[in-house]
Ligand binder design. Structure first.
Ligand code: GTP
Ligand code: MG
Length: 313
């Protein structure tokens, strides 16, 4: 680090006007620029690609974003917060809970509990840290403050506090959803929010409804890719637990085992740090199966969704 900390204005090719345009699009820190793509900067500040590349490189150099030792990575992992699900089994499956700095995807059929988990994480994050906020992007109109009150009472945390610190937006279509995700940065900064969890419920429903037919697949995937990129950057720069839900569709090519697969294909699968498959189990229970994780073994657990929260089987 230099004596005086470097700002966006110190980057090559950035004058006051450019800095302002960049800031308007959320690129107001070196980190935001360092993890952006040249295309994004070109679009937001109207600069050339060459200038954008130089800026990104300078920001990366300043932040020493090359290789680091495993020890340093471990040190950085200390900031990770694990948000409890209220179910001991489920927490154990995830190495302690839904972690920050990651995208966690739950996919499963209707009624499998994806939305319930979003509500539970909201309550749990604020219970663990009374200063925390949660941002909820609701695409299916299934966010219910009444449900938050029930779960907060179940978790013995003040429901009014949780409702106050939950910022909810309804996304009316996929473009609106992308726009809201882009606005999260601004929301955090302007209100100086200490956000632990960002929820997108559902990540894929609008895309699935709007882009029908083979001819639209490429465009759809491109948009989802951009969305995932935004979410990854948010998870990284603000140490957020990004919880996304996803539906499943019938896969006729699968003859053996479970004939369902997640919507969104490889793009969503690869961008998600942890992937959990939810399904209905025996006697009204739910089964969560960890299908992808960077550091945990695959496994399963069972629990019940109840009025007060999750209960272990
Ligand atoms: P889709 O969004 O339709 O794909 O489903 P989802 O996976 O989001 O399902 P969701 O999380 O909405 O789960 C709904 C189920 O949770 C219900 O069918 C109930 O079984 C259960 N549930 C929801 N609220 C309550 C509650 O207050 N008490 C109890 N006991 N169960 C509840
Ligand atoms: Mg739902």
């Amino acid at each position: 680090m230099t004596e005086k900390e470097m700002t966006v204005l110190d980057l090559p090719g950035v004058g006051a006007a450019t800095a302002e345009k960049l800031a308007e699009s959320g690129y107001d820190t070196l980190m935001a620029i360092a993890v952006s793509t040249p295309g994004e900067l070109v679009e937001s500040a109207g600069i050339t690609e060459t200038v954008a590349r130089k800026m990104i490189n300078a920001a990366r150099n300043e932040l020493k974003m090359g290789f680091e030792s495993g020890e340093q990575v471990l040190k950085r992992r200390e900031r990770v917060i694990k948000v409890s699900t209220g179910s001991e089994n489920f927490n154990k499956l995830l190495g302690g809970g839904f972690e920050t700095g990651a995208i966690i995807e739950c996919f499963g059929e209707y009624g499998s509990g994806k939305t319930q988990i979003g509500h539970i994480l909201s309550v749990s994050a604020i219970k663990a840290n009374p200063d925390a906020s949660v941002i909820y992007i609701d695409t299916e109109n299934t966010f219910r403050p009444e449900r938050i009150i029930e779960l907060a009472n179940g978790a013995k945390v003040d429901p009014q506090k949780v409702l106050k610190q939950l910022k909810v937006a309804r996304a009316y279509n996929s473009d609106h959803q992308l726009l809201l995700a882009d606005k999260v940065e601004e929301l955090i900064k302007e209100n100086k929010l200490n956000v632990t969890v960002l929820i997108i419920d559902s990540l894929t429903a609008h895309f699935r409804a709007e882009f029908v037919g083979r001819g639209t697949l490429a465009e759809r995937q491109q948009k989802i890719n951009k969305h995932m990129h935004t979410l990854l950057r948010l998870a990284d720069t603000h140490n957020l637990c990004v919880y996304v839900t996803n539906q499943v569709m019938h896969d006729p090519a699968q003859f053996f085992g479970d004939p369902t697969k997640a919507v969104g294909g490889n793009i969503v699968a690869h961008a998600s740090t942890f992937r959990i498959y939810l399904r209905k189990g025996k006697k009204g229970s739910r089964v969560a199966k960890l299908v992808d994780s960077p550091n945990l073994p695959d496994g399963e657990c069972n629990f019940f969704v109840e009025t007060e929260g999750l209960r272990d089987v």
